[in-house]
Ligand binder design. Sequence first.
Ligand SMILES: [Zn+2]
Length: 308
Amino acid sequence: MAMTSMNALALCTCLCATVLQAAGHARQSPAAPQFDGGKAYDHVRAMVGFGPRPAGSPALEDTRKYIRAQMTALGLKTEDQAFDVNTPVGRLHMVNLRTTIAGTRPERLLITGHYDTKLYREFRFVGANDGGSSAALLIELARVLKARKNLWTIELVWFDGEEATLPDWGTGTDHTYGSRYYAETAKKTGDLAKIKALILVDMIGDRDLNIRRETYSTSWMTDAIWSTARELGYGQYFPNDGMAVEDDHMPFLNVGLQAVDIIDLDYAPWHTAGDTLDKVSARSIEMVGRTLVASLPKIESKLAAGSK
Ligand SMILES: [Zn+2]
């Protein structure tokens, strides 16, 4: 018995030393944080809690305050790109929010999504997935990318005014106000030359995730993301069939930038009172977030090689 006790003591000492060593090692090189769907879901819940958040509303200002506070807590600065614009429902004040995360190179990779929700007067529309999920993904992405060694400087952009103010999207310009303002301003000022490409996420929180390839998107960027989803075991959620969707990436494609839209438009409660928190899952946002982060090395190296 004594021998066993001695052995046990020796084993304990050995294990303790190993644990201490591991802890010491962990302090020297902390593991990169993984994209956490639970944290992203908490952000969706918080924003849905502000109520309907159409462009120009006090609830959207509350949303901006929330996003800015999240970035401040990460030690990141948020800049407003504010503008006033005439819409079919009157002149509205809109604000794109921009947060920059340092990279080795100064040229920027834009990672974007909209944070406004569609205006409905006849029912209460809180846009948990449509508006909430994209805004939340960007917040959680900031936490992950701040700890990553990024080749290109990352600029996260929360676009205002993606939604049409009228019930229908239509053929005119009553939509994508924030992204059009950003792209047109960047073209005018010459800032466009400092942007390498754009990644857009929209409606990526659906419990029943089904993200088709968006066919206006730059195909090598879609390839990079869809192949990464397969490598991570998420292939069934990223089918290879295509679907054309007009979204916030269009103004950037129109000024000659490379861009990809990650969107699940196969969503039954889309633009209905049913787009509520229970239709969104932490797991769906997490799969998209992890796919996006894991695809960055491919996208960075392709951009460095001058892919078109
Ligand atoms: Zn929408």
